[in-house]
Design a binder for this molecule. Structure first.
Ligand SMILES: Cc1cc2nc3c(=O)[nH]c(=O)nc-3n(C[C@H](O)[C@H](O)[C@H](O)COP(=O)(O)O)c2cc1C
Length: 207
């Protein structure tokens, strides 16, 4: 596999990777999808048992049907968490939610959606590192992504739509596409606040 094509400095990829939730309609070349998946499966995983499985959705009609389920799932989560049922319920200062709500509307138009799954025993911790590799490889190719989840309310229908066996676990739904908008810096708490040295609560040397 031609991994030389993922030539962006790793620091640039990591420090400019942000959630991309608005996509141009352009399809992603199959060789790029393959490279992204080849990078994903290089991630560490428990005992190298390689339980992660990926389902690539590129069929427009299927993505439209899946998009409707995604939208329903997104609002079901908001009802559970916040009691919100429509866009007007989201306070203006909740920018991430407003943007995520927009994605819920537009998932049906994503050029590609990757579902990250796992065969038994299905542990998330053997799938999540692969998802991060996948998203960083995509970023290096100028392809945006964001990890998202579903909701129990739509699971049976999503599995039936895509022919996923019941004993396969779902972990992430990751839309992929060329960004409308740009990659750029993210805002995070300082590591001096989120990292301790030797004992819980003890400051790191750079604090
Ligand atoms: C477990 C998990 C679930 C997430 N679920 C959603 C989601 O349902 N919809 C969405 O738009 N973004 C979702 N995200 C993306 C987060 O909102 C995003 O990573 C966070 O706000 C930081 O964004 P940034 O990297 O652009 O700064 C999820 C991320 C994780 C790790």
């Amino acid at each position: 596999m031609d991994h030389q094509r993922l030539a962006m400095p790793i620091g640039e990829a990591m420090f400019t990777q942000r959630s991309i939730r608005r996509f141009r309609p352009d399809p992603i070349p199959t060789e790029d999808l393959r490279l992204i998946l080849e990078a994903a499966v290089k991630a560490p995983n428990g005992g190298n048992r390689q339980i992660a499985r990926f389902l690539l959705l590129t069929d427009r009609a299927l993505i439209r049907q899946f998009g409707a389920l995604y939208r329903e799932a997104w609002w079901a989560k908001r009802l559970d968490e916040r009691g919100w049922t429509r866009p007007e319920d989201i306070p203006p200062e909740e920018k991430t939610y407003r943007s995520a709500a927009q994605l819920a509307e537009e998932m049906k138009d994503a050029p590609c959606i990757v579902l990250a799954l796992a065969v038994a025993p299905g542990h998330a911790n053997s799938v999540i590192p692969a998802c991060q590799n996948l998203m960083l490889a995509a970023r290096t190719l100028g392809i945006g992504s964001v990890p998202t989840t579903l909701h129990p309310k739509v699971m049976d229908r999503a599995y039936a739509l895509l022919g996923i066996p019941k004993d396969v676990s779902f972990h992430f739904c990751i839309p992929l596409g060329y960004p409308r908008g740009s990659f750029g810096p993210t805002s995070r708490k300082p590591t001096s606040e989120t990292t301790f040295s030797n004992r819980w609560g003890a400051p790191v040397p750079w604090a």
